[in-house]
Design a protein around this ligand. Structure first.
Ligand code: SF4
Length: 89
């Protein structure tokens, strides 16, 4: 997982949607805020702790909720490099 230190966790989260204004500014919308009222629609960045964070899958784009992927499908997956350790007995 690659982390953008200017954005924090949101940069690697499947719920993040980037919005660009006509003036060239970039905003990060949290799509999960639509179903979880405890999350801000526009998080104050960088975000370093978030109970709603779910990593992007890295397959088929950013894995945004509107893509038809099942939210939560990425939970419990090991990051690259961690799987080998978990499989060793
Ligand atoms: S769920 Fe949390 S980490 Fe993910 S986009 Fe929303 S605020 Fe950012």
């Amino acid at each position: 997982m690659r982390v953008d230190f200017g954005v924090g966790l949101c940069g690697a989260c499947r719920w993040r949607r980037t919005i660009e204004s006509g003036k060239g500014s970039t905003f990060h919308l949290c799509e999960r805020s639509k179903i979880d009222a405890s999350l801000p629609k526009y998080p104050r960045l960088p975000v370093w702790m978030c109970h709603g964070f779910e990593p992007t899958t890295g397959v088929g784009g950013h894995g945004d909720p509107g893509s038809g992927e099942t939210p939560g499908a990425g939970e419990g997956r090991a990051a690259p490099g961690e799987a080998a350790e978990a499989d060793e007995a």
